[in-house]
Design a binder for this molecule. Structure first.
Ligand SMILES: NC(=O)c1ccc[n+]([C@@H]2O[C@H](COP(=O)([O-])OP(=O)(O)OC[C@H]3O[C@@H](n4cnc5c(N)ncnc54)[C@H](OP(=O)(O)O)[C@@H]3O)[C@@H](O)[C@H]2O)c1
Length: 251
């Protein structure tokens, strides 16, 4: 019998991370989940533990001691099939124009969205390489477009894209994806649009998660992929590498 596949998902207590964890649990993956709020994370982990083996470690992805805790778990596993750098911050909300974004606020955005994920990726690379695993960095259309007040977050997502795409070109033994999930009806999205009705946006399990499962099943070349492209390709049964390596669009 093959050993269970293993995944580390940052920011898995709600939103996309939680939804993806649920689908992977149904497929028998063993999961290591993070998030800062220990109670929220414990609740998610206890729900998922009815289906599969789940380890929860509460902490901030920007905190080196927290990342060391994650490394200890994965070292115990011996290999890692999937690292999802999903935890992210918008920075101060309501979102600020760049002229009002302080150096401290931008530093925090970059620490959570870029420096922490890069440090975590470096720590996990030997384990990903061992099994030819997948690095999945959560991008945004803001990485390739520019919108008023989104500058700090957008710069961080553009930087994260560059890290994923460069690792993909440096290491042929793994797959490295920058993945744009499109708009999703989550706490982060509501925070970005305070007071607005966001009920027309799809839930993570409706578009983004099926697209990620498609990526994991097909393992196209490392690159930048958008959820909507992956699902459109599924509809016409075209190979994903034909059209989806670089693109943008409003979200
Ligand atoms: N929602 C959208 O429309 C949209 C669009 C494009 C891209 N994205 C990207 O998709 C990803 C998921 O977004 P989402 O909408 O699902 O967000 P969400 O609902 O706000 O969930 C974010 C998760 O990350 C955790 N988290 C936040 N900051 C953290 C930190 N510093 N350290 C560790 N965990 C942290 C949160 O738990 P705690 O608060 O307890 O830490 C939570 O579990 C993000 O990378 C986001 O940039 C979202």
């Amino acid at each position: 019998m093959n050993p269970a596949r293993t995944a580390l998902i940052t920011g898995a207590s709600r939103g996309l991370g939680r939804a993806l964890a649920g689908r992977l649990a149904e497929q028998g993956w063993h999961l290591l989940l993070t998030g800062r709020a220990a109670d929220d994370l414990a609740l998610a982990a206890s729900e998922l533990a009815r289906t599969t083996e789940v380890i929860a470690r509460a902490g901030d992805v920007a905190d080196a001691a927290h990342r060391d805790e994650l490394l200890a778990v994965v070292t115990g596993w011996g290999s890692l099939d999937l690292l999802v750098n999903n935890a992210s911050t918008l920075g101060p909300t309501p979102l600020h124009r760049l002229e009002d974004l302080t150096a401290e606020a931008l530093s925090r955005i970059l620490a959570v969205n870029v420096v922490g994920p890069h440090a975590l990726t470096r720590a996990m690379l030997p384990f990903l390489i061992r099994g030819g695993g997948v690095l999945l960095d959560l991008s945004s259309d803001a990485a390739v477009e520019h919108y008023e007040t989104w500058g700090g977050y957008a710069a961080s997502k553009a930087a994260l894209d560059q890290l994923a795409l460069t690792i993909g070109s440096e290491l042929s033994g793994i797959r490295a994806y920058a993945f744009d999930p499109g708009d999703m009806r989550t706490a982060m999205h509501q925070e970005a649009f305070p007071g607005e009705d966001i009920s027309d946006r799809p839930l993570p399990e409706e578009v983004a998660v099926p697209a990620i499962l498609r990526l994991l099943a097909r393992r196209p070349p490392s690159g930048r992929y958008r959820a909507e492209d992956l699902l459109a390709e599924t509809a016409v049964e075209a190979p994903p590498e034909a059209t989806s390596t670089a693109s943008g669009g409003p979200a």
